[in-house]
Design a protein around this ligand. Structure first.
Ligand SMILES: [Zn+2]
Length: 353
């Protein structure tokens, strides 16, 4: 069964396409002033705010079968040379204190141990219980703090029979300097083929060694994140929403916060969007962001970040059209090249009291 699935995947993705085939405009800016965000490729992003940094788990190794571009490998191993090469183009990672992980699949977690251990040993990794169990298998992380998010601390959907708002608030986690705070949100993982998640499940016990098989990198509870960048008085200046997988609405939605602060930047996941009904329309209708960034849009099997290609069957152009139609022409929708930067919009003016 698994062999068949692998063969199907190989046939599906072996022919990679240049983004120009879909007439896509790929943003590719560098050396911007703050505030900006750097796209690291796949689900990875990096932002800085008032001397503190936050990274959303990147994926640089991106193994391919026999190194072939576009072909997934059943064995996955962090490629230290490739990570180090990419990190040379990652600006200002030294201030990163928070590394947020959305789920445990290898394209979101495989490189995290090496990156944190070698580039940001003071950072704390936040993820689900499964993510913590997987990371336990990495010796080098003994000195690194890994914090799991128990279900009671994440924002979550109202359960059947419960009264109150659609999404219940979770707990904020605030950075050491106090200028960044994040909240995990109960989310969901899209299916890969025909609505099926080919690598489901999670772990309830610590692993004792790093997993080599692609099938053993289980997702666990998927988390979306809301990220607030705050001023010196503790008021949010920017509110960012991040999903590293398409999710059935209302999974991943931001709760109704008392401060009524709107979402400034919405970070969406293009991969498998077509597998999820009403994604991304519903999340955009609820959040009404001022800017939309598209991540996880490129073929990551043995990829070259400087020559991003599309996955076959990944209609990124249609995805962008759906996004733009939903948010309106006045909202910028940006498809960034891996390792490029995107400037944040100007802070929203507060309404007069
Ligand atoms: Zn995944």
């Amino acid at each position: 069964m698994r062999l068949c699935l692998v063969i199907v995947l190989i046939v599906l993705v072996a022919c990679t396409k240049d983004p120009s085939v879909q007439d896509l405009r790929v943003s590719n800016e560098h050396n911007l002033t703050q505030p900006h965000i750097q796209f690291l490729g796949v689900g990875g992003w990096l932002l800085h705010w008032k001397g503190e940094g936050l990274m959303l788990a990147p994926s640089f190794s991106n193994p391919g079968l026999f190194g072939l571009r576009g072909v997934p490998s059943p064995l996955v191993l962090a490629n230290e040379r490739k990570i180090d090469k990419a990190m040379r183009e990652v600006r200002g990672f030294g201030d990163v204190q928070m590394m947020l992980v959305g789920h445990g699949h290898y394209d979101h977690l495989l490189d995290v141990p090496w990156i944190v251990e070698h580039y940001m040993p003071g950072a704390t990794i936040y993820g689900s219980e499964t993510v913590k169990h997987i990371l336990h298998g990495f010796d080098g992380l003994n000195e690194v703090q890994v914090v799991d998010v128990p279900p009671g601390k994440m924002a979550r959907l109202r359960k059947p029979g419960e009264s109150g708002p659609l999404m219940r608030e979770g707990e904020w986690i605030t950075s050491e300097g106090g200028h960044i705070r994040v909240m995990p949100i109960e989310s969901e993982h899209a299916g890969h083929v025909a609505g099926l998640n080919l690598i489901p499940g999670g772990y309830r016990q610590d692993l004792t060694k790093p997993e080599l098989s692609l099938w053993r990198w289980k997702p666990g509870q998927s988390l979306a994140w809301v990220i607030d960048l705050m001023d010196d008085k503790g008021e949010p200046v920017y509110r960012i929403h991040y999903q590293d997988s398409a999710a059935t609405p209302p999974f991943g939605f931001v709760p109704d916060f008392a401060d009524k602060k709107a979402i400034d930047v919405e970070i969406l996941c293009a991969s498998s969007w077509i597998q999820v009904p009403h994604y991304p329309q519903r999340v955009l209708e609820r959040h009404r962001p001022r800017m939309v960034l598209i991540g996880h849009w490129e073929n990551f099997f043995a990829n070259d970040p400087h020559e991003p290609r599309l996955l076959v069957g990944q209609d990124v152009r249609a995805f962008i059209q759906v996004v733009q139609t939903t948010v309106g022409r006045h909202v910028p929708v940006i498809l960034p090249a891996p390792l490029s930067e995107v400037a944040f919009p100007r802070p929203e003016k507060k309404p007069p009291l």
